[in-house]
Design a protein around this ligand. Structure first.
Ligand code: AMP
Length: 289
């Protein structure tokens, strides 16, 4: 039986047959150019479900003007090999007219955790993601869907979407995976030159510095944020933000921090030689532990 297809009907048939056999189904939505981060999501999906569907779709509605939609990396054969190797049962290479048929006329506007941070710099971003994810949930009706903590604000936005629109799907959070040099694995890392890559190490280093200050007892959010920003600026990166937020809802931290690091998250976005990098961590879980 086909393990990769562009045929939505076939994917839906397979899912219906699995469901008839009382097998649980996990969805891992991706934009392809799969790397070790994506593979960890697929492995986690396979651990917690009987069958795993990986979708590959470069979603145009989440890209802004001047962003990298046209040159976003593509690797059909590599994606298939990596997804199956990590435990996928079927890889759906979704087509634009399946996701957005000609008469498609809905756009979700997420708020709450989707406000600020990424939205301040990519206003179209979470609306595009919320809409495509809702469409995927509707088309495939998975029991679970796995999303990475790499995109921490996106994860919180999707949890909110699930709650608000009452989707019957469990959202599973997968830990962020890093490359050996500490940079969060990302399809867009392919854009970095060797020199750019050594500069980009300042992103996890900034998180590290802020975590070290937290470990040393610093509890002032403004000071911690300034420490992170300083490292980015010193390395010649252009930061969009280095923020400390409540992990549960991504609201800004009011006043001093308590000692429970699980309540907080550092989130960072910076551009390095034209490549935008995002990253995050708990204050007690620095990239280099
Ligand atoms: P993307 O293909 O970039 O849209 O990502 C698809 C899924 O993989 C999202 O849930 C991401 O959060 C997740 N992901 C991407 N990179 C990583 C990473 N380094 N670690 C963990 N999850 C990741």
């Amino acid at each position: 039986m086909a393990s990769s297809t562009a045929d939505l009907g076939l994917v839906q048939q397979r899912i219906a047959a699995w469901r008839a056999d009382r097998l649980s189904i996990a969805l891992v939505p991706t934009m392809g150019a799969l790397h070790r981060g994506h593979c960890s999501l697929i492995e986690l999906a396979a651990q917690c479900s009987d069958r795993v569907v990986v979708s590959v779709f470069i979603n145009p509605t989440q890209f802004g003007k001047g962003e990298d939609l046209a040159r976003y990396p593509k690797d059909h054969d590599g994606d298939l090999r990596k997804a199956l190797g990590a435990g996928a049962d079927i890889v759906w290479f979704a087509q634009s007219d399946q996701i957005y048929p000609g008469d498609f006329a809905t756009a979700i506007v997420p708020s709450g955790p989707a406000k600020g941070l990424e939205s301040d710099h990519r206003p179209q971003f979470f609306g595009g993601i919320a809409t495509v994810v809702a469409r995927l949930f509707g088309l495939l009706r998975p029991d679970r869907a796995v999303f990475g903590e790499k995109d921490f604000q996106q994860l919180r936005m999707i949890e909110q979407l699930k709650a608000d629109l009452a989707f019957e799907v469990d959202i599973i959070a997968a830990p962020l995976v890093r490359d050996p040099d500490g940079i969060a694995s990302s399809s867009r890392n392919a854009y970095l030159s060797k020199a750019g890559r050594s500069k980009a190490v300042a992103v996890p280093a900034a998180l590290n510095d802020a975590c070290a200050a937290f470990a040393a007892g610093e509890r002032d959010a403004t000071v911690l944020q300034r420490i992170g920003l300083q490292r980015l600026l010193e390395a010649g990166l252009r930061p969009d933000y280095f923020a400390l937020r409540y992990a549960a809802d991504l609201q800004p931290v009011n006043g001093g921090l308590c000692d429970d690091p699980g309540r907080y998250r550092f989130l960072v976005a910076a551009t390095c030689d034209g490549v935008r990098i995002i990253d995050n961590c708990r204050p007690d879980a620095p990239p280099w532990d």
